[in-house]
Design a protein around this ligand. Structure first.
Ligand code: IMP
Ligand code: MG
Length: 332
């Protein structure tokens, strides 16, 4: 019996610090599950001052909790094996990791296609994600159950019990439907899509929504023009905030927090618990601004900015019942 399901989702373009949040929550659950995407994601977590990063495997494994890669995910077997070795070498119990037999396999052909076409066109991570989903929806893809020999010990029996945490990959504005199409990823990043793991929506209890106090974007997006990099304040936030992609090492474009988009993201996601991180970065740079109704608002302190932000959220949303501030880098 499933008791309840909580979901952690990124409310922006990925890189909102979900890895850290999930790994702080994990100990209270029986399962940690991924529902979409593949090794295009990058999760960074700290345990006892050691930094770890994974791309595919859910972070439950760092805490001795069963970690499921769901049917909506896509698996590059080589990078899965590499990640397994990495986890094993660092002393983690990899027998906790299970993969849905329905998940799709990313092939070398998919990666080639992504490299040769979509990397340039869309600014993808070139991990073969889009072409793999193309085959999935064309019904010509290969699923994990066809690779039983290699993956046999990892095949999930498709059951969940007790308390379940679902770990979002990417973020709401990279969703195939809700993002700035075609500059999106090829899967559903909204929390409803976590139900593809095989539980009914009634089981969902909390939605943890993650944002940073400023926006960042990797890859091509006309809403994040290159000239943002000429803005000295934003460049400083990028530098002090260490805004480089975990997966590709690319410099992220930075902008002030877009509050209009945040309000929409809170609405689409049904966020009950909002987690805002990296406030300390603004404090270091001493820039306290956000964008609201297409205007830049300037504040004199982080408290003033946050008070105003909380007021706007309260006026526009009645799902959010908790706002949590998380300063970085915070170790667990
Ligand atoms: P793809 O998922 O590799 O096809 O890339 C599509 C778009 O999503 C590109 O703009 C990528 O930069 C972006 N993207 C994919 N995964 C992530 C992620 O985990 N964090 C941030 N951006 C991502
Ligand atoms: Mg990430």
């Amino acid at each position: 019996m499933i008791e309840y399901v909580d979901i952690c989702v990124g409310l922006a373009w990925g890189d909102e610090g979900k890895g850290k949040i999930v790994s702080q929550l994990t100990k209270d659950y029986d399962y940690v599950c991924r529902w979409a995407g593949g090794d295009n994601a990058g999760h960074t977590i700290y345990i006892n001052d050691n930094k770890y990063s994974t791309h595919l495997i859910p972070s439950g494994v760092f805490h001795g909790i069963k970690s499921i890669i769901g049917p909506g995910c896509v698996i590059n077997i080589d990078s899965f094996m590499k990640e397994l070795d990495y986890l094993k070498n660092n002393g983690f119990d990899t027998s906790l990791i299970k993969i849905s037999p329905k998940a799709h396999i990313v092939t070398d052909e998919h990666i080639k296609k992504d490299m040769n076409k979509y990397k340039e066109l869309i600014g993808t991570t070139a991990r073969g994600i889009g072409p793999c989903y193309m085959d999935k929806y064309a019904r010509t893809g290969k699923r994990v159950n066809e690779y039983k020999n290699i993956l046999e010990e990892f095949i999930w029996d498709e059951t969940l019990h007790g308390k379940v945490l679902c770990e979002g990959a990417q973020g709401i504005w990279l969703d195939i439907d809700y993002g700035n199409y075609p500059f999106v990823t090829s899967s559903n990043t909204l929390p409803y899509s976590a139900c593809s793991l095989g539980f009914p929506p009634q089981k969902i209890r909390k939605i943890y929504g993650a944002i940073k106090i400023y926006d960042t974007r990797v890859g091509i997006d006309p809403d994040f023009p290159e000239n943002l990099r000429d803005n000295k304040e934003l460049a400083q936030i990028a530098e002090i905030g260490n805004e480089y992609g975990t997966t590709t090492g690319r410099l992220r474009n930075v902008n002030y927090l877009n509050v209009d988009k945040l309000i929409k993201a809170l609405h689409y996601s049904g966020t009950t618990d909002l987690i805002i991180s990296k406030i300390d970065i603004l404090e270091k740079v001493k820039v306290y601004k956000y964008i609201y109704k297409e205007q830049i608002y300037i504040f004199s302190s982080s408290e003033e900015l946050l008070d105003s932000l909380k007021k706007i959220i309260k006026e526009n949303n009645n799902y959010v019942s908790n706002i949590i501030l998380s300063r970085s880098p915070k170790k667990i």
